[in-house]
Design a protein around this ligand. Structure first.
Ligand code: WT7
Length: 678
């Protein structure tokens, strides 16, 4: 299974000028090898500004870890205050562009220097405090990609209130579940956001969600529509229904800001929870991944220097939404802690056309561009003429994240976007890892299209069999991380058992090949003959759809929530743009099938209805791409749905493998005959 892959040598200019050079890299690798704790402690002393220095590098009580625990700091100081007495204070921290709201508004552009961003964060942080939000209180954010989102995150960090950002594409129900699980005291939102020329009514969803969340005492609303005097728009410029503000609960973002505030950042213990971010797992209930402060601050800072090679002159664009971990680590905390200029765009990549990204790169002179394979494939489909209309010569480094990048998309990204001159950093990591774990380093590592190559210094990964033994090159195994690391998740909010079980029980030690438990990533991988790692994809019931992580169980529960559905099984199938598409097998309740004039047209309508239903429960991005009705689902004798078989059926494979554990083999024939209804 070892590919005979093309290898792209590290570019000479990077080999001479990258932040991380070969000899330094080897030194770091050696230090980490020789004395793991001291290695990390040294980096933490060098790269973070401590309000109170730490003395204990690490405490490891498997599976719970603490890093630099007796130290104190505040990540908003790493991102803002640290720059104030330097030239960086007057440098642009954030360039924001709003999506043009078609027919109503031109696109909008705003910039903030580091000094201005600091002022805004202090003003809002003090405002939040006045709302009764303090250290340890959870705050939920449900926001479009607007500067207020970044300001709100940093303001929460400043007062020690862990934020939980919920992607604006989630439904009101998903938002409610996350607010309740986190027991958030405050929700920060906007009256609306713009996407593909449409107004997204975020506040309406918040109202719906919060009506069932007694824990919420205040809702803060940023004005994106020109309803208040402080907005950039004139009142009445965009047609909308005035936002309903609930007296005693809702306040406008700008109204609570304490202008001129110089609020000092809380001195927080290194392990103070910085945020909770919900992500899908193998059960229907998303997990609240908890990240701490210091370890996360350290690793997001260092990976920006090493992997993205961020330098003072760069203009950096990571296209992720702040609702996902990539937005947390590589739109906000990592780049700002490095004093970078961050470009942030509100809308969709293909609006108003497929030239939007490339025109932006030319106009803003973007030098570092970080996006997902699914976007690259979507652009590739539209042909070279779109990027060719723009001058992309400002680019010097490209990044990819979220799913394996297929060599074809890699080559296109490299030659058409990077014009053969930009290294591509294929960064493998997860919500749980906090920052990049594996990636080629631009001046050091030879690139292989489709491989995330090697772990970064200090990170220990292995590809193992089910007994935790390293597998020989070329053999598939499971990807594990063999040592705790500073930016790892600390627990699952409110459910430490689930944390222990999900991540640390599969390779628990000490009985097997290793003494310490290994962190199980949920991914399958193999090493090639050079020792480079190729991540194949999830080996659990999680699928990666257009870079969005979705649990098949979540979609299944949304489907059975519909009154016509008896049972459902969801699998991922390969898709040329999304990477993986959602394929749902559905068995209907007898009364539906037996109802008068149950026919193909009705089936079709029901399939559409089910798709919409899932969108309403989870969010549009989780809508199944295919619905297939079937009389029953193939199960083992113990009642487990045979997903492998369903995947084969869904992808049209003839060889269905070993079916001897099937409870009812006739089910299979049935499935093959049933037609794809959507
Ligand atoms: C899963 C994590 C990391 C931030 C965005 C996604 C897959 C991620 C790569 C890559 C192959 C990748 C894995 C991982 N994944 N990056 N470069 N190559 N696969 O975070 O939603 O937590 O998803 O995304 O399957 O487990 P996430």
């Amino acid at each position: 299974m070892i590919f005979n892959q093309r290898v792209v040598k590290p570019s000479e200019s990077f080999s001479k000028q990258a932040n991380l050079q070969k000899d330094n890299h080897s030194k770091l690798m050696n230090e980490a090898d020789k004395s793991y704790e001291n290695h990390w402690a040294k980096l933490a002393r060098e790269h973070l500004s401590w309000k109170k220095p730490f003395t204990i590098p690490m405490t490891w009580n498997p599976p719970f870890v603490e890093w630099f625990a007796d130290g104190e700091l505040n990540i908003s100081e790493q991102c803002l205050d640290k720059h104030l007495n330097t030239a960086t204070a007057q440098k642009i921290a954030l360039i924001w562009e709003g999506e043009p709201c078609e027919g109503h508004l031109p696109s909008e552009r705003k910039t903030y220097t580091y000094a201005q961003l600091h002022a805004e964060v202090c003003a809002f942080a003090e405002g939040l405090k006045k709302q009764g939000v303090g250290r340890g209180d959870r705050v939920a954010l449900y926001m479009p990609m607007i500067p207020e989102a970044v300001i709100a995150m940093l303001a929460c960090a400043r007062i020690g209130a862990p934020h939980t950002v919920v992607f604006g594409g989630f439904s009101a129900e998903s938002l409610r579940d996350r607010i309740l699980d986190a027991q958030a005291k405050c929700v920060i939102t906007a009256n609306a956001g713009f996407r593909r020329g449409k107004i997204l009514p975020l506040k309406t969803a918040v109202d719906k969600a919060v009506s069932e969340c007694p824990c919420v005492i205040s809702v803060v609303v940023a004005d994106r529509l020109g309803e208040t005097q402080s907005s950039n728009y004139k009142v009445g410029e965009i047609p909308f229904t005035a936002t309903q503000m609930h007296a005693g609960r809702d306040v406008w973002f700008n109204d609570i800001c304490v202008n001129g505030s110089k609020l000092t950042a809380e001195s927080l213990p290194a392990e103070h929870p910085l945020f909770i971010l919900y992500t899908s797992g193998t059960t229907g209930k998303p997990k609240g991944v908890v990240h701490g402060t210091a370890g996360y601050a350290l690793w997001t800072n260092l990976t920006c220097q090493w992997v993205f090679d961020i330098k003072p002159t760069d203009v950096y664009w990571c296209t992720a939404d702040i609702g996902w971990v990539t937005g947390h680590s590589y739109v906000v905390y990592g780049p700002l802690s490095n004093g970078a200029t961050v470009y942030m765009y509100e809308g969709a990549p293909d609006f108003p056309d497929y030239g939007r990204f490339w025109r932006t790169i030319e106009r803003e002179k973007i030098s570092i561009f970080y996006t997902a394979p699914t976007a690259i494939r979507a652009f590739m489909r539209q042909g070279d003429s779109w990027p060719q209309k723009s001058n992309l010569s400002s680019l010097r480094l490209l990044g990819s994240v979220g799913e394996p990048i297929n060599p074809e998309a890699w080559e296109w990204y490299h030659s058409v976007i990077g014009q053969g001159a930009c290294p591509i950093v294929d960064t493998w990591w997860q919500t749980e890892t906090g920052g990049v774990m594996m990636s080629p380093l631009p001046g050091i590592t030879a690139l292989k299209p489709g491989s995330a190559t090697r772990p970064l210094p200090g990170i220990a990964v292995e590809v193992v069999d089910d007994n935790g033994q390293a597998v020989a090159p070329g053999n598939r195994g499971k990807l594990v991380i063999t040592k705790p690391w500073p930016s790892q998740l600390r627990t699952v909010h409110g459910d430490p058992e689930r944390y222990a079980k999900t991540y640390w029980s599969t390779f628990a030690g000490p009985a097997g090949a290793h003494k310490e438990p290994y962190y199980f990533t949920g991914d399958g991988a193999f090493k090639d003959a050079d020792g480079d790692i190729w991540v194949i994809g999830r080996v659990d019931d999680v699928i990666n759809v257009a870079g969005h992580r979705i649990g098949t169980m979540e979609v299944e529960s949304a489907l059975v929530d519909h009154h016509c559905v008896a049972e459902s099984a969801v699998v991922g199938v390969p898709d040329s743009v999304k990477g993986t598409a959602i394929y749902a097998f559905v068995t209907l309740k007898n009364e539906v099938k037996q109802s008068a004039n149950w026919n193909d047209a009705k089936k079709h309508d029901l399939a559409r209805e089910l798709i919409t239903h899932v969108g309403g429960i989870i969010g549009s991005f989780a809508k199944p791409d295919h619905i297939r009705f079937s009389d029953s689902l193939p199960k083992t004798r113990s009642g487990k749905i045979m997903r492998r078989l369903l995947r084969d059926v869904a992808t049209g494979h003839e060889s269905l493998g070993d079916t001897s554990t099937l409870e009812d083999v006739s089910v299979l024939a049935n499935l093959r005959q049933s037609t794809d209804d959507e």
